[in-house]
Design a protein. Structure first.
Lengths: 84, 886
């Protein structure tokens, strides 16, 4: 999977799971998710479970932080780093 | 070692970011902005000093911070962090050692020796040495697990010493600050060190642990080390500093709001008289948390001024729309701390169990850790662990509430949106109702947590049980207000302690608008009190009550009644946390000086006792009076007066010759106003916390045997409260008064539906409606008994040295009215303190409102004048018994 595919999968997941009915165009790769409360602690756990299942990676507790999960780009970067 | 890790793969966030196109405009604008920020910062320091916010140490620290800020900003970037670290160390050493201008002036003038000056540095330097040692342990070149073990062992050793701080009295002030700096931050630091998520250096470590404002605040936000590093000058300095100013002014506003709540909310369960009062108590108790959020805003704002662009610590927590939302908004740093340390690791370990079971276990573990760490925190503050069922049950109830909401959100989903415009009226209504519901539930839970005992909570429910329609309407009005707030702001998002929204997401920064608002607001806070008192003199009392940092009516009353000794030690601990703690040995003689009795008088003064009361030497005579020696039988040609009163009349806190009655006695003997008498004696029968019933009974049982010519019954506006506590103590000890006292007391007890097995606070609350009746009966009894014994009864109204609770006016008028209705002559000493503009100068200390020596002198002057007019003027002499008794 390349970066675009990862981002696309993430965007679809986030829109379906947390932002149903939201205009897909409003969610960009740089939209802050954690710092704006869209992803709270429980949502973070769901995202991590999704990442582990979807991309076959393992996320450590100390990696579930704003640096890695605040935007779709951040998350994609984490996935790519894990896969390589 | 300290510089061992440099692994963060982020751009250098310490560089000041500035768009090239703005540089020219900034060149002219920035100095003006800096000066405006400096002015605002100085104004906030003046407000803190002027309004006596928190402590004197904070006021001094603010000035140190203002000067340090100016220097820090003008330094090249690479010197700023080391300078901040150094400034923090200076703050710690001077703050812990109470080294202020007085100490320096004392040393310069020779009043304090050089070794005496160095002694002041000792506690702070000890703290710094221990702190540096702990940091050093974290960086020893050994296995990480061994380092953790060493830090844990050192922590346990220090905790042991904290528990025995009396072994080292010279450094006793250091422990609370040491605990506050290291008890949680060491854990965060080690976590980040293990995962190498942030840069480490000596300056960073010193800055992080000895954070500048920490020396003033035992309760300090758990700043995340990674965030502390990553937010350091992570954007242009103008918005960072100005946001800091905004946080500080918000903190100041919350601390002032807290003071209003503390002074005016009905926080004394024993005096609650209606459901509205009970709701006021609950609301007040919940709103007292404003002090914590206010200090946290102040702390984070102060750190902004040195480039630490930290996120908010609290976010509109009173408007949370669910329990999980409440948990996310209140003390955000704490929430993120326990999430990082407990919730995520537990959940990640258990995730194979399934989402809901893992969530349930992780949530319970997190709250259990919160409870334990809360107790750990209070151990460092109080010196003893705070383990009780109430604390445990509070955290567990909150855990269950949060868990239920979290499971609901996990299964049903929480409404989220990228655009606030999508929020409809219906959604807002739902937010409002949710905010109202959450507020009510948290208010109730918070009250349960804050009540000192189950019986206090029971008494509260007793008071709330019969609401009138008007009570219900007011309560619904408050509920509607919260719902309205929830509709408007219930959905607003908060920042996490790990980072803020990006600059782009926040939009352009309105610097000048913010600076003008803060400056105008600050000037209003500074000029407002004097303008208000000049234009509306009636506001003088209220302003003084808010302006000076004094104990509220409840804490003062409970201190007067000896509540802390009799009932509850834990509240005294809270009181101590209000920075109103009395020094060691202040009242060491309180228990030795007064002994219990088995009759309705309950206590009396131990004869021939020499001790210390409220910081002053105090001696009793062989007859059991706080007075000089007298013969039991009245000497010839002597005019003898007996004085009946309580602790202020006893002269608590002043030397033996400084009590107002001794001063008056000396003056009478110096001037001999009546030729028939060669000597005057005033026998002081006052006993601490005597109710008016005890005072009159003491006259009957003891006073008459001294053959007095006159009896002075001293009363003040706050004395009513002693009646309920007197009856409560008698009831709980199973002591029944006899004779007429028995009849009147039994009648009241029957009608108030109280008995000795009920909780103390409930007994006192139920007795409140009958206090005036007993007060009036006591005056009548006093008049009748004095008439029977042929002595002159006089009621003396003694003004309180300071009227922080605003009870004086109504209390005085009611007392005098009752005394006159009983046919008694009254000496009103109210004018005694009229010339004193600062009434707080008449009380011994913030923690003790007994009258000072100056107050006693003023009372003596007024009493002497009134006594001459009443007893020894030519017209009054006809009323005096014609022949002095042998």
């Amino acid at each position: 999977m390349n970066e675009q595919e990862i981002k696309s999968a993430l965007k679809t997941y986030i829109l379906n799971e947390f932002l149903p009915g939201e205009d897909p165009a409003a969610l960009t790769d740089a939209t802050p998710l954690m710092t704006t409360g869209i992803l709270d602690s429980i949502a973070v756990l769901k995202v991590v479970t999704f990442l582990e299942n979807e991309f076959s990676i393992t996320v450590e507790p100390h990696e579930a932080v704003v640096d890695n999960l605040n935007t779709i780009s951040d998350i994609a970067r984490l996935v790519i780093a894990k896969k390589t | 070692m300290l510089t061992e890790t440099k692994t963060i793969n982020r751009p250098d966030t310490t560089a000041v970011v500035a768009a090239p196109s703005r540089l020219l405009g900034n060149y002219l604008n920035k100095p003006a902005q800096f000066l405006a920020i400096l002015l605002q910062f100085a104004l906030i320091a003046v407000i803190i000093d002027n309004w006596h916010l928190e402590s004197q140490v904070l006021a001094r620290l603010m000035w140190l911070a203002v000067v340090g800020f100016a220097i820090h900003h003008l330094l090249p970037q690479r010197f700023r962090l080391p300078f901040f670290a150094l400034l923090s160390l200076v703050a710690v050493v001077t703050g812990v050692g109470h080294i202020g201008p007085n100490v320096w002036m004392g040393w310069l003038s020779g009043r304090i020796s050089s070794s005496g000056l160095l002694y002041h540095f000792f506690p702070g330097l000890t703290l710094v040495a221990i702190g540096l040692g702990l940091i050093g342990l974290c960086h020893l070149p050994i296995r990480f697990a061994a380092r953790v073990g060493l830090v844990a062992a050192a922590g346990a050793g220090l905790a042991f010493l904290r528990g025995h701080s009396q072994w080292f009295p010279d450094i006793a002030d250091m422990w609370v600050v040491l605990g506050s700096m290291f008890m949680f931050r060491l854990i965060v630091y080690l976590y980040d060190l293990q995962h190498r998520t942030a840069p480490f250096s000596f300056s960073r470590a010193v800055s992080y642990f000895f954070l500048l404002p920490n020396v003033c605040f035992p309760l300090f936000p758990v700043v995340d080390y990674k965030t502390f590093c990553s937010t350091y000058y992570n954007e242009d300095w103008v918005p960072i500093y100005q946001n800091g100013i905004r946080w500080m002014i918000r903190g100041v506003a919350q601390l002032l709001l807290y003071r209003i709540v503390y002074q005016y909310a009905p926080l004394d369960v024993s005096t609650l008289s209606s459901s509205l009062d009970a709701v006021g108590f609950m609301l007040g108790t919940y709103l007292l948390y404003l002090r914590v959020s206010g200090t946290f805003h102040l702390i984070v704002g102060l750190l902004h001024m040195f480039g630490f662009n930290l996120p908010e610590t609290h976010h509109l927590y009173y408007l949370a729309t669910s329990f999980t939302d409440f948990w996310r908004r209140i003390n955000i740093y704490w929430k993120d701390f326990v999430m990082k340390l407990f919730f995520y690791p537990t959940h990640f370990k258990l995730r194979k169990m399934g989402t809901i079971p893992a969530l349930a276990v992780a949530t319970m573990v997190t709250f259990l850790a919160t409870w334990l760490l809360h107790s750990w925190q209070w151990f460092w503050i109080l010196g003893k662990p705070l383990f009780n069922w109430k604390d445990f049950s509070f955290w567990m109830i909150l855990a269950v509430l949060v868990l239920v909401t979290a499971i609901y959100e996990t299964t049903r989903g929480r409404k989220r949106t990228l655009r606030p415009s999508r929020v409809t009226i219906r959604t807002r209504l739902m937010y409002g109702l949710q905010a109202g519901g959450t507020f009510c539930a948290m208010c109730l839970l918070w009250t349960y947590w804050s009540c000192q005992s189950w019986s206090e909570f029971e008494t509260l429910m007793d008071a709330a049980s019969k609401p009138s329609w008007s009570d219900v309407l007011v309560i619904l009005g408050v509920f509607a207000l919260v719902c309205g707030g929830g509709m408007l702001w219930g959905q607003s998002s908060r920042e996490t302690s790990e980072g803020k929204r990006t600059t782009a997401a926040r939009g352009p920064f309105p610097f000048w608008r913010s600076a003008v608002a803060v400056t105008v607001g600050s000037l209003c806070l500074l000029a407002g009190p004097s303008l208000a008192t000049r234009t509306i003199p009636a506001t003088k009392g209220a302003i003084a009550r808010l302006h000076d940092d004094v104990l509220n009516a409840r804490d003062m009353n409970q201190q007067r009644r000896g509540y802390y000794e009799d009932l509850d030690v834990s509240r005294k601990d809270n009181w101590g946390w209000q920075n109103a703690e009395e020094p060691e040995g202040w009242d060491k003689g309180k228990k030795a000086f007064v002994r219990p009795r088995s009759d309705f008088l309950l206590t009396d003064v131990v004869p021939s006792m020499n001790t210390v009361l409220a910081g002053a030497p105090c001696t009793s005579n062989s007859l059991g009076m706080r007075d000089r020696e007298y013969q039991k039988a009245k000497p010839a040609n002597t005019y003898r007066i007996v004085l009946l009163g309580a602790s202020n009349d006893m002269g608590t806190g002043v030397k033996n010759d400084q009590t107002y009655e001794n001063r008056v006695e000396d003056k009478l003997n110096a001037h001999l106003p009546d030729a028939r008498y060669s000597q005057y004696e005033i026998l002081n029968l006052a006993v601490r916390a005597d109710s008016i019933l005890q005072r009159v009974l003491r006259l009957e049982q003891e006073g008459f045997q001294y053959q007095p010519d006159a009896a002075i019954l001293s009363v003040s506006a706050v004395d009513e409260q002693f009646i309920a506590s007197h009856l409560r103590k008698a009831l709980m000890q199973g002591i029944e008064p006899t004779g007429d006292y028995g009849d009147v007391v039994q009648s009241v007890i029957r009608r108030a539906r109280v008995n000795g097995k009920m909780p103390a606070v409930m007994i006192e609350r139920r007795l409140q409606p009958y206090v005036t009746e007993l007060w009036a009966w006591s005056f009548r009894r006093f008049a009748q008994q004095c008439a029977q014994h042929g002595i002159r009864p006089v009621v003396m109204y003694r003004p309180a040295p300071a009227d922080f609770a605003g009870l004086e006016a109504t209390g005085r008028s009611k007392t005098l009215q009752l005394a006159r209705a009983a046919g008694l002559e009254v000496m009103d000493l109210s004018p005694a303190f009229d010339a004193v503009t600062d009434r707080s100068s008449l009380i011994l200390a913030k923690w003790d409102d007994h009258t000072t020596a100056l107050g006693h002198r003023l009372l003596a002057e007024e009493l002497y004048k009134d006594l001459l007019a009443l007893l020894f003027s030519s017209s009054s002499q006809q009323k005096i018994s014609p022949q002095p008794k042998p």
